[in-house]
Design a protein around this ligand. Structure first.
Ligand code: LLP
Length: 419
């Protein structure tokens, strides 16, 4: 469920008409519903209420500090993968003891920042990283808590670019090397081994890969405990998919029904790192039709948002439904490509899509854009990044301003010899 619905012929986000926001803010912009964000977090969190757990929202999906603040207020923690994400979490008022830090390429500066911030733990992806953390922890005179990210070699059955749990992927330590990795970690003076981590991919729409991966990890936990390692946290990562078009992923309750019995048996505190399932359908990208044209019998709807604003269709061939903000009584449909202003043929938001016949100046909402939308946007073609708007009830708030041309060149300098 989400809070984007038609009232009469107008699309609303909660109790605000999207058209009215567009009039006030201009287009394009990202639009989020506070109520949907909060509800999605609550649904996920309560699905696992029977087991000791912590929901660490994956900041890479949506990093706006106002949105992070909503989850922090719900008792949530955060999964970060860079110093920048850690900075954002802290800026949103996160409890550092609810922050976990993953990623294959943490720098020593980032490790130092995380230790000084007193985060809960690092999810470590290689033995060299273990040495780096040990060194920094020694320098700061503390013991750093770590889990090892173990790659269970499971096919998540998702897009190859967002699948991470096969042994051919760069992530984690393989099952066969895990015990050795744990022994190494345990031997380092400034490391305390506290848990185990896995994450097999994103936009997963079946329960099976989660169960298969978990069973492998649980068997490993048993083996590690026999070796005397004190595994008390089990972080099962994120990855639960959402409906973009006609997918029918399990909802958090259904997933919990399958996983909880296994999770309970581990006697661990369970950490979850959901991203997309919380924010994906809580956001849309609102855009205006600049022009329409026909070329060789093909219809093009040219809008003011491009691949720099939402890269998923170009990058992964992802489907995002496109809704008119005002449903015209004319039910005439066309087949068209919805394209942006970027100078690349790969710049499209939809291909060969059956759409209402959107005319020049019509406004449309590209749905399910709350996850990996703004966070993957760029300034390509020197386009200022778009604002982010949060609706709560009958009010809306600018939670990130539209960039301007000065923002585009901020930090750039012309060296003296060119002056
Ligand atoms: N934990 C770790 C360690 C991750 O790498 C990720 C996502 C998550 C949690 C959250 O996964 P989620 O619940 O959102 O599926 N840009 C791609 C998705 C990349 C996902 C990367 N890792 C897309 O737009 O589909």
């Amino acid at each position: 469920m989400n809070d984007f619905q038609y009232k009469g012929s107008d699309l609303y986000c909660e109790d605000v008409s999207v058209k009215d926001i567009a009039k006030f803010i201009g287009t394009p912009f990202y639009l989020y519903s506070y109520n949907t964000l909060k509800n999605h977090f609550r649904v996920f969190n309560s699905a696992f209420e029977g087991i000791p757990h912590l929901v660490c929202f994956a900041i890479k999906a949506n990093s706006n500090i106002a949105i992070l603040k909503i989850f922090a207020g719900e008792g949530g923690g955060f999964d970060v993968v860079s110093g920048g994400e850690l900075y954002r979490a802290l800026a949103a008022g996160a409890d550092p003891q609810k922050i976990v830090y993953a990623g294959v390429g943490k720098t020593k500066e980032e490790i130092r920042f995380a230790i000084k911030s007193n985060i809960l733990m690092f999810n470590v992806e290689s033995s060299q990283e273990l040495f780096a953390i040990d060194e920094v922890a020694d320098e700061l005179g503390v013991k750093a808590w770590v889990s090892l990210r173990v790659n269970p070699d499971i096919d998540a059955k998702t897009h190859p670019y967002i699948s991470t749990g096969l042994k051919s992927h760069k992530f984690g330590i393989s099952m066969s090397e895990a015990l050795e990795g744990y022994k190494l970690a345990n031997s380092l003076g400034n490391i305390e081994v506290v848990g185990i981590h896995k994450h097999i991919g994103s936009q997963i729409t079946q329960v099976r890969p989660f169960v298969d991966a978990l069973e492998k990890i649980v068997a490993l936990i048993d083996q590690l405990r026999v070796e005397g390692l004190n595994i008390r946290y089990l972080d099962i990562g994120g990855g639960l998919g959402i409906t973009y078009k006609d997918e029918s992923p399990p909802n958090p309750k259904e997933l919990a029904a399958e996983l909880s019995p296994i999770l309970k048996g581990t006697n661990c505190t369970i950490i979850f790192e959901p991203g997309r399932v919380i924010v994906g359908n809580a956001g849309a990208l609102v855009t205006k039709v600049l022009y329409t044209k026909q070329s060789e019998g093909k219809n093009f709807v040219i809008v003011d948002a491009g691949m720099n604003d939402l890269v998923r269709p170009s990058f992964y061939g992802s489907y995002h439904s496109i809704l008119p903000v005002n449903k015209n009584s004319d039910s005439h449909k066309i087949v068209a490509d919805v394209v942006g202003p970027i100078c690349e043929s790969g710049d499209f938001l939809a291909k060969d899509r059956v759409l209402p016949d959107l005319k020049k100046d019509a406004i449309a909402a590209v749905m399910s854009a709350g996850a990996y939308g703004f966070t993957m946007s760029s300034n390509y073609n020197s386009r200022p990044r778009v604002p982010e708007i949060l609706v709560k009830g009958d009010e809306f708030f600018v939670i990130r301003k539209r960039e301007n041309y000065e923002d585009l060149v901020k930090g750039e300098e012309i060296p003296a010899f060119l002056k």
